[in-house]
Design a protein around this ligand. Structure first.
Ligand code: GEK
Length: 244
């Protein structure tokens, strides 16, 4: 990795830390940022591919909601070749999508990927056998999350699968604190300084709003998902699978 693609966005004192946005500066360092910030990211991607292989049906739609640079799309695509599925990779950061397009163009594959520049709350979901939301729901305003999950449930075919990976919050606060400290220890071990960790935390405050595991499971059940469970957790990061 060249120095320019290493995430050092928060390494100098920023004074008043601006709210986090997915702009070009983030796009330029994104693979390094997410892999050094999210424990288990690579494991979650690999198993997103495995779940795709199990659940994606011929001639159906897959959705990668909040696709960023397409890492989940690529993990899915390489396991579903020849099924005639279409992957809709959706993001509302134009900077992310234009780099994502270049990455996908450099890796041709027979599965059609359509990039959609939109808020995931505004798209239509239909004929879906797989919906992936890897670390995206946490950025959707709380008040819109139930309607989004309901739309996903309605757009999934029976037997279809949704994968939701998220940062979690915990109760009581002492447990939240512990898991957050373990996460910060992970980031320190990945080379982030205390200043980077604390400025990033300030920047994502009120932008990334985590919920408890119970809140996620209850919302999934309220939509109609009878089968819903975490399949992976490391500290305060978790991935859930739910089947219609
Ligand atoms: C990966 N899934 O590498 N509508 C559309 N896109 C959104 C919205 C929204 N309402 N809110 C946020 N995003 C990826 C990683 S990153 C996670 C996902 C992270 C987009 C946002 O622009 C960004 O690209 C992505 O969701 C979240 O597997 O950075 O922690």
């Amino acid at each position: 990795m060249t120095d320019s693609s290493r995430d050092n966005l928060f390494s100098s004192p920023l004074g008043k830390v601006p709210s986090f946005v997915f702009d070009q500066a983030v796009v330029d360092v994104f693979p390094d940022m997410i892999s050094r910030s999210v424990p288990g990211y690579e494991t979650i991607l690999a198993h997103t591919g495995e779940l795709a292989e199990r659940f994606v049906q011929a001639n159906t739609h897959c959705y990668d909601l909040g696709c960023s640079l397409g890492a989940s799309t690529i993990a899915v695509r390489q396991r579903i070749e020849g099924r005639g599925a279409t992957i809709f990779a959706v993001d509302n950061s134009t900077a992310m999508l234009s780099k994502c397009q270049k990455i996908l163009d450099a890796r041709p594959d027979s599965t059609h990927v359509e990039l959609v520049d939109s808020d995931i709350c505004d798209i239509e979901i239909s004929n879906a056998s797989l919906v992936v939301m890897n670390f995206t729901l946490q950025f959707v305003p709380l008040a819109q999350r139930a309607a989004l999950m309901e739309k996903i449930y309605q757009g999934l075919n029976p037997g279809g699968c949704v994968i939701i990976s998220e940062k979690l919050s915990f109760e009581p606060e002492s447990l939240n604190q512990l898991l957050s400290e373990l996460h910060h220890g992970f980031k320190r071990a990945q080379g982030y300084s205390d200043l980077e960790i604390s400025q990033k935390r300030d920047s994502i405050e009120n932008v990334l709003v985590p919920e408890t595991l119970d809140s996620h499971i209850q919302r999934l059940r309220a939509c109609g998902f009878q089968s819903a469970s975490p399949w992976f957790q490391c500290f305060n990061f978790c991935s859930l699978v739910a089947i219609k």
